[in-house]
Each structure stands twice: as C-alpha cells, then as structure tokens.
Design a protein around this ligand. Structure first.
Ligand SMILES: [Ca+2]
Ligand SMILES: [Ca+2]
Length: 157
C-alpha cells in the first residue's frame, strides 16, 4: 500500500467517524429521550433528527404531522366535503387515490393508514367510515370521532 492510499483511507475514515459522531435529537414515540448519534437512537428504536437537541427543547410532537389534520379531510385540502367521500370510497373500491395524510397510528406501531378518515373512532379506515361520511352529508348533526390514540390537534384560532 502506498502513502497516497494510506492518506486517502485516513481521510475517508475520519469523514466516516465525523458522520457517525453527528449528534441529534432522538424521539422515541413522541418523547425526546436525549441528544445522541443516529446509531444510538436507532438502537433505542427512535427517530433521529440531525443537529437538534432535546435539552434545547426540541419538540418531538412537531415532527409528527399526524396531529395536524381535519377529520374527514381525505384529500388534504383543509376541509371535509363530498370530494373527500368520493376519494375515500374510490380508495376502498380501487385502491387509489391514497389519502393525502398517511400516518403511523398509534405512533411507533408501524401501522400507517388514512388517520384523517377514521370518522367513527375505530382506529382504522373502512367502509363504515365512508357510510358515516355520507350520513353526515344528509344529517350535519352526526358527529365524527377521531381515533382516540391519534386525535387532531386543536385548531389554532
Ligand atoms: Ca378535503
Ligand atoms: Ca373507522
């Protein structure tokens, strides 16, 4: 091995060590459990956010878009209307389109689904939700219930 390749290896190795030592915030479920390397965070089963710091008040909940939706808003345009019902029904019948917001719910469960279109609080999306949405078009008083484990955040005024 000549000198150049030894130097090159050293540069590559130090770059690798730098990358490995990069610190970030580690969110396990929605708790910021510490500031560490990506590898350490993965061992804990967390999600890692480069250059963020738990001690500086990094908010894991802000990384979870599933708290920010309007119930019934399948297509993600910010309101519930007939287009959402059509899209949701089409998804059940033909497999598309996907909901605008697909969320892992409960957080950390690995179960990713159309959380905004769970209207009966059953924590899944199926024909019962579409039927409830149709009923609501006819009788506006019919309430929607979000999945209790992944409710939408209160709307800011
Ligand atoms: Ca909509
Ligand atoms: Ca449901």
């Amino acid at each position: 091995m000549n000198k150049i390749s030894i130097v090159l290896m050293f540069i590559l190795l130090s770059a690798y060590m730098d990358a490995a030592a990069q610190q970030g915030a580690c969110c396990v479920e929605l708790d910021c459990v510490g500031t560490m390397t990506e590898e350490e965070c993965l061992i804990l089963g967390g999600n890692w956010f480069e250059n963020e710091d738990c001690d500086a008040g990094f908010d894991c909940e802000s990384t979870y878009p599933c708290g920010h939706y309007i119930i019934g808003d399948f297509n993600g345009n910010g309101a519930f209307n007939i287009a959402d019902i059509v899209a949701a029904f089409s998804k059940l019948r033909t497999g598309s389109p996907d909901a605008a917001l697909l969320c892992e719910c409960p957080p950390g469960s690995g179960n990713i689904w159309a959380v905004a279109f769970d209207l009966n609080g059953s924590c899944n999306f199926n024909l019962a939700d579409v039927i409830l949405a149709c009923s609501r078009r006819l009788i506006p008083e019919i309430p929607f219930y979000p999945c209790p484990q992944c409710p939408p955040a209160p709307q800011s005024p």
